[in-house]
Design a protein around this ligand. Sequence first.
Ligand code: NAD
Ligand code: ZN
Ligand code: ZN
Length: 385
Amino acid sequence: MRAVVFHNPKDVRVETIDDPRIEEARDAILRVTSTAICGSDLHIYNGMFPQPRNMVLGHEFMGIVEEVGPGVKNLKKGDRVVVPFPISCGTCRFCNMQLPTHCENSNPENYGPEGELLKGKGAALFGYTDLYGGYNGGQAEYVRVPYADYGPRKVPDNFTDEQVLFLTDIFPTGWAAVDWANLQGGETVAVWGCGPVGIMAMKSAWLQGAKRVIGIDIQDYRLRMAEKSANVETINARNVDAVEVIRDMTGGYGADVCIDAVGMEADRTAMEKAMNVVQMEKGSMKVLERCFDSVRRAGTVSVVGVYGSPYNNFPLHQWFDKGIKLMGGQAWVHRYIDNLISLVQDGKVVLDDIITHNVPLSEASRMYDIFNKKEDNCVKVVLKP
Ligand code: NAD
Ligand code: ZN
Ligand code: ZN
């Protein structure tokens, strides 16, 4: 089959590799019909998450079930499904708490030399380095889906792939960022980052009862996309002090909720230099610090942008003094996805309006480059195997 294979930082190739096979009873093999590139893929692409061996990338994908293992009773060949990006067993302590990103069974890194459970690692993710389980991803013609009786969800036939693809990751992720702030209705939500994840958080903020939603970015074309797709007010943090502007907009208080949908790419220079994760610079915390600055006292800072290294200048004093509620992590896709499918089905939200590039899988390397450099007004890339 053809697949998008990571070789080295900035070296991603579409090449022919062996087809995946059923390895465990609860596996399924999916024929991928659509897959997207995510800001998280850029962390591998840029070498911030080191990956020592070749691996198929991609954790946002959907398709048609080709084959199921004997343990999968709820799916059959021909079913059309979307697949949550975390690989979760559905039966462990954490899955039972509806915390699928902390599944203790899916990540082989969580077992010691004698097969003992180390209780230290979270769930594996598709196509997301050996640290996250070493599973091949879905930017390919076929993908092996472990625990296929728990993750994949059937989607309505009358919706196109593009209309439902983002249920795999970015919509649940944006939804989680807002859910973690537990809106009571009427809040002002400031979303830092107008990429696909930020825009999904903005759509989610309206759906969960926000009264005012503000999008902050440093790329004008992304701000225009957020205005168009999520109907938000915007601030270009390159031109003005966005913290001051947010305070002015909120009578001096700050926003009730600040969402960091940027993560460690906040400082592109730091990112370029951070080919070795240990060298991550202080600058890479900029957006999280600005969230602390621009949230009101006793407000919530919700972090879905990914951070992958320690940081010694954490604004502990501000967190304590302002009484800020801080939450972050990988999104609990399995917990939210059924409700979110209903929202799409009922026409309460449109997801596909952020797609700027919809191209054959064969163009993946060029697309990684464009999406990484934020060229060609690129917001979201969909690849067709
Ligand atoms: P993206 O790269 O398309 O978007 C990031 C946006 O941040 C860009 O529009 C960029 O211009 C903007 N930005 C960069 N520096 C900034 C700054 N200093 N101030 C304001 N804006 C700035 O990525 P994406 O696909 O939208 O993903 C965003 C983040 O979410 C990434 O860190 C990604 O890894 C993470 N993510 C997390 C989860 C999760 O489960 N928590 C899931 C998916 C993605
Ligand atoms: Zn993603
Ligand atoms: Zn589990």
